[in-house]
Ligand binder design. Structure first.
Ligand SMILES: [Zn+2]
Length: 231
């Protein structure tokens, strides 16, 4: 690590033994970290960040959105050079799960990763690591939802065209754990993916241990619009 606290990119890091390959991302992230951190205006502790998500969802359910009152021109101008999202969400790609809307958030507030079945692939983990370690997101919610087509297809295990079946493998552990009931498997999958994030990524695990990050699994009900935290 150099005097600025950044890892050297050209060679392996002496302080933590990270490989050169791993340092390519880490170094890039560290290079971006300084101006973003310097620009930070707000910082919520993990529990408050998670609560802010849930409070936003309550406003969405009650149809009392406040994010639409914000001036989008000002929000855009204030976020051209920096972003300070307070939380991250891993959601399904499903069009009925509009993440910013259902948490009543606007430009620059949420760091959102989406993939069908909300599975924690290596690219998703890398993205959420960037959100947490570089941008400072204090909470990550893995959000499953009712009527999830990716989970339903995995339960059924039918032949599908193209590369769609590539989604089956990361969802199968939830099917093995919860059986054939769609809602039960969706909830099991959200919990499994959240646990994967918290344990498979040493970076995220370290932030949790240091009290800088909370990861939770949630369930979005398409009919009511309500998000419930799964335990
Ligand atoms: Zn889905």
């Amino acid at each position: 690590m150099n005097s600025n606290g950044n890892h050297a990119i050209a060679a392996g890091c002496n302080c933590c033994g990270l490989s050169r390959r791993g340092l390519l991302w880490t170094g890039l992230a560290a290079a971006l970290a300084a101006p973003l951190r310097a620009a930070a205006q707000t910082s919520l502790p993990p529990a408050a960040a998670m609560q802010a998500l849930l409070d936003g969802n309550k406003r969405f359910v009650a149809q009392r959105l406040t994010s639409f009152d914000e001036d989008l021109t000002i929000l855009r101008q204030n976020t051209v050079a920096k972003q300070e999202p307070f939380a991250a969400v891993l959601s399904c790609a499903d069009s009925r799960v509009p993440v910013e809307l259902l948490f009543d958030q606007s430009i620059g507030h949420l760091f959102v990763t989406r993939v069908a079945g909300n599975v924690a692939t290596s690219e998703i983990i890398a993205s959420l690591e960037y959100g947490a370690a570089v941008l400072g997101t204090a909470a990550i919610m893995v959000l499953g939802h009712s009527g999830c087509g990716a989970v339903k297809a995995t339960i059924e295990g039918k032949a599908v065209p193209g590369q769609i079946s590539g989604l089956y493998a990361p969802i199968r552990p939830a099917v093995a754990a919860a059986g054939s009931d769609l809602e039960a498997v969706v909830k099991a999958n959200a919990k499994i993916q959240a646990n994967l994030l918290a344990t498979a990524s040493p970076l995220l695990a370290g932030l949790i241990k240091d009290g800088k990050l909370q990861i939770a699994a949630g369930y979005y009900d398409l009919g009511s619009g309500a998000v419930s935290v799964l335990s």
